[in-house]
Design a binder for this molecule. Structure first.
Ligand SMILES: NC(=O)C1=CN([C@@H]2O[C@H](COP(=O)(O)OP(=O)(O)OC[C@H]3O[C@@H](n4cnc5c(N)ncnc54)[C@H](OP(=O)(O)O)[C@@H]3O)[C@@H](O)[C@H]2O)C=CC1
Ligand SMILES: CC(=O)[C@@H](O)[C@H](O)COP(=O)(O)O
Ligand SMILES: [Mn+2]
Length: 399
């Protein structure tokens, strides 16, 4: 049991899949953690329930009207949580002086600035929002270093690799005897489907992940294998690796969460039941270990572990992401923004599944003169790519 004072935690995106799992872990350890802030975009009823259960100091919603609704509801319940609205309020609760740890679990580019605010303020940053590193990896890692922040990857694969590497792992894989990172992928719900069937899938089919229960955007990314592409970029930044040093291994059971292959031939893997409370608990308690509410893996029940190579012909998003990382500059931010627009259109039923990769490829093929050497330039590239993607949608639109 830790003798440290209780830590204040801000949970950005608390009403989402990662946010709910984070609060589950926190609630198991009231002696270690207390909630400073909870944030949502529009889910005001869910945020109210979370405020009543976890008693945060601050709650944040996007609109003034929703914030006013929540303020009145909390007052009516006799609770003194302060309620704020808007994007700057998200950054504020991430950088607040009393906050020890920030779970960055807002989905998409919207999560970049609050996660960066936490890094710049030197917090323990529990990074679920992979889009932040995809968009601005160099700047984000510089901010972590400059501010002395502790960056702990929550994405299951990256958390696994973190657990498989030596404690100090900056300066290139070779420096600490690692030859390759083996990034596992479930292959998504359409792993065994033919290209013609894949072209006709619905949003609900795409969101039915075989092993994980997640938000809809990341579920679609898993189905296109864009998630693995974003994760490849994320791994490059987190572990100082080149795209060529990362091998994607399709492993349909999602029991091995990723591996590090060492120069002496050793391959170290992290295994566990597919439950995000494990990496979340790891991030919250590191370097200690705490109960996450997750059962020990039953290897007799798992019985077998399969591996295969990814099929980039049926799932071109993985190749697009790798190429964007190889291109560098603003390309990963452009890839991410075009993907967000295409996935949104697919989920809205106006774009076919196979057109997601086409829209992303078409936007990446357009000339872009800007770079990604300041956060303003990253945001400009993001905006530019969104406009281009919206124009491309017209060429593929279903209605
Ligand atoms: N789910 C998982 O198992 C994993 C997720 N991740 C990553 O973690 C992040 C979160 O994923 P997940 O929990 O699945 O996503 P969800 O869609 O379930 O939740 C997203 C959260 O972000 C909030 N949000 C959405 N848009 C905005 C916005 N514009 N401004 C402020 N808040 C916003 C949502 O609020 P509201 O409820 O009001 O919409 C919600 O609280 C993603 O980056 C994902 O890639 C990584 C590994 C695993
Ligand atoms: C739980 C998690 O980390 C997800 O990113 C997961 O990896 C998605 O699964 P696949 O992308 O491997 O299908
Ligand atoms: Mn992952």
């Amino acid at each position: 049991m830790s003798a440290l004072p209780r830590q204040w935690v801000t949970v950005l995106g608390s009403t989402g899949s990662i946010g709910v799992s984070t609060l589950d872990v926190i609630a198991r350890h009231p002696e270690r953690y207390r909630v400073y802030a909870l944030t949502a975009h529009t889910s005001k009823e869910a945020l109210l329930d979370q405020c009543l259960a976890h008693h945060p100091q601050v709650a944040v919603l996007d609109s003034d009207a929703d914030a006013e609704w929540l303020r009145r509801a909390l007052e009516g319940a006799g609770q003194s949580t302060a309620v704020r609205a808007g994007h700057e309020a998200l950054c504020q609760v991430a950088r607040e002086a009393c906050v020890d740890a920030v779970m960055a679990a807002i989905v998409g580019a919207a999560g970049l600035m609050p996660a960066l605010a936490a890094a710049e303020a030197g917090k323990r940053v529990l990074l679920a929002n992979k889009e932040a590193l995809v968009m601005s990896g160099a700047l984000f890692m510089q901010a972590v270093e400059r501010a002395g922040a502790t960056l702990l990857p929550i994405d299951s694969e990256h958390n696994a690799i973190y657990q498989c590497l030596p404690a100090v792992h900056r300066g290139g894989l070779e420096r600490y005897g690692v030859r390759q990172l083996l990034l596992t992928a479930s292959g998504g719900p359409f792993r065994t489907w033919g290209a013609e069937e894949i072209a006709k899938v619905t949003p609900d089919q795409a969101c039915a992940h075989p092993n994980w229960s997640m938000g809809r955007k990341i579920s679609v990314d898993s189905a296109t294998l864009m998630n693995k592409g974003l994760e490849l970029i994320e791994a490059c930044w987190l572990f100082d690796a080149t795209p060529e040093q990362i091998q994607v291994v399709v492993h349909p059971q999602s029991v091995i969460h990723s591996m590090a292959a060492y120069t002496d031939g050793s391959v170290i893997a992290q295994l566990g039941n597919p439950d995000m409370r494990t990496p979340i608990a790891y991030g919250l308690a590191w370097p200690e270990r705490i109960d996450a509410g997750v059962e020990t893996l039953d290897l007799f029940q798992v019985a077998r572990l399969d591996f295969e190579a990814p099929d980039e012909a049926r799932f071109p998003c993985l190749r697009l992401a790798r190429e964007a990382m190889q291109t560098g500059g603003a390309a990963p931010a452009i890839l991410n923004a075009a993907n967000e627009i295409a996935v949104e259109a697919f989920l809205a039923g106006t774009l076919g599944f196979e057109a997601i990769a086409k829209v992303v490829a078409q936007v990446l093929a357009l000339p872009y003169a800007g770079n990604a050497d300041t956060i303003e330039n990253v945001l400009a590239a993001d905006q530019w790519a969104r406009q281009q993607a919206v124009e491309q949608l017209g060429r593929h639109s279903r209605s």
